[in-house]
Design a protein. Structure first.
Length: 328
């Protein structure tokens, strides 16, 4: 068994949802692990007899739409919950990550599954396993341990979540168990070749131009230990790129030899969005993100700040310098 200390209780809780209306919630601006986890848990709950729909504040990113398949999916703007609907959260480090509207609809969370080290266990029933690579890894292990039904769409969704959150199996969180689970998922219909084509061979021209703008903005800071790229509002207008097209760009900053931490800073009107990527867990990016109201993992974290770029950048650089000084 993958998670013997958790799987039996998890199955009991899912079986208790038979016949009940359930909303499976994920975090704002969903990525591969969020989409994959929402899809997988929604489909398994449906197979168990729950009346369930996946709900998110934001739309499914273009490159991830095919992974949803025929899974019931709603944006919050088109969702009307049935009376007595139970909220289940996946891949949300804190209760507000689902967005204010969904939090208003569901002030309480019945069940939560996550892998973020910064998670504060906000649900009635919490399954937080920060030693795992992805929420999809946790769910896949639970499903196999409990012999729950997995169709091909579910298997592919779980593979998506694991593959993306491990950086295509490049990050330190990639363990033997990750490969074991992915191998088992392929026997249930997951197709790594198709997943790779859908994720990496359908880039828009706008994203390619945005990548060019990002690379042109790169600057080495803190004696070369950090590489920071900056995207302004004007860059999106000039390239016709979408906000979702920033996915993966920060990895180019981290990949430079000698750099310990790569950073993407996005300007969004009067807001700033930061993405942090470290080469080693001891740099504890989640702790740096928490200083700016965010969170995440030791190697990958993020935050949003209600400030202009010029107000924010000097403070951020000082905080990053302190973080790196403590982790030489």
């Amino acid at each position: 068994m993958y998670f013997p200390q958790h799987s039996a209780r998890f199955r009991t809780l899912l079986e208790g949802l038979r016949g009940r209306p359930v909303a499976v919630l994920g975090h704002m601006r969903p990525d591969g692990d969020c989409i994959g986890s929402q899809v997988a848990l929604t489909r398994v709950l449906r197979a168990l007899g729950a009346v369930v729909v996946a709900v998110n504040q934001d739309p499914v990113p273009r490159l991830l739409k095919e992974f949803v398949g025929d899974t019931p999916w709603r944006r919050v703007t088109e969702y009307q919950p049935e009376p007595g609907t139970v909220a289940v959260c996946v891949d949300c480090a804190d209760a507000l990550r689902v967005g204010l509207k969904l939090r208003e609809i569901f002030p309480r969370t019945y069940l939560m599954v996550d892998h973020h080290v910064s998670n504060d266990s906000y649900a009635e029933h919490n399954f937080v396993l920060p030693e795992t690579a992805a929420t999809a890894e946790v769910l896949a292990g639970f499903f196999f341990d409990a012999a729950l039904p997995l169709d091909a769409v579910t298997a592919q969704a779980l593979y998506l979540g694991i593959a993306t959150d491990t950086g295509q199996f490049r990050f330190p969180s990639t363990t033997p168990q990750v490969f074991q689970l992915c191998a088992q998922l392929t026997t249930r219909g997951a197709d790594p070749g198709t997943a790779a084509r859908l994720l990496f061979e359908r880039e828009s021209l706008g994203k390619t131009r945005l990548l060019q703008a990002f690379l042109n903005s790169l600057r080495l800071e803190l004696n070369g230990r950090a590489c920071i790229g900056i995207l302004r509002d004007a860059d999106f207008a000039a390239t016709s790129a979408r906000r979702e097209d920033t996915e993966g760009l920060v990895d180019y900053a981290r990949a430079i030899e000698g750099v310990d931490v790569g950073v993407l800073i996005e300007e969004r009107d009067q807001l700033v969005k930061g993405s942090l990527r470290a080469k080693d867990p001891h740099f504890a990016m989640h702790k740096l993100a928490q200083r700016f109201g965010g969170g995440g993992h030791a190697c990958a974290a993020g935050f949003n700040v209600n400030e202009t770029f010029d107000q924010f950048y000097p403070k951020f650089l000082a905080a990053l310098g302190e973080q790196l000084a403590n982790t030489k």
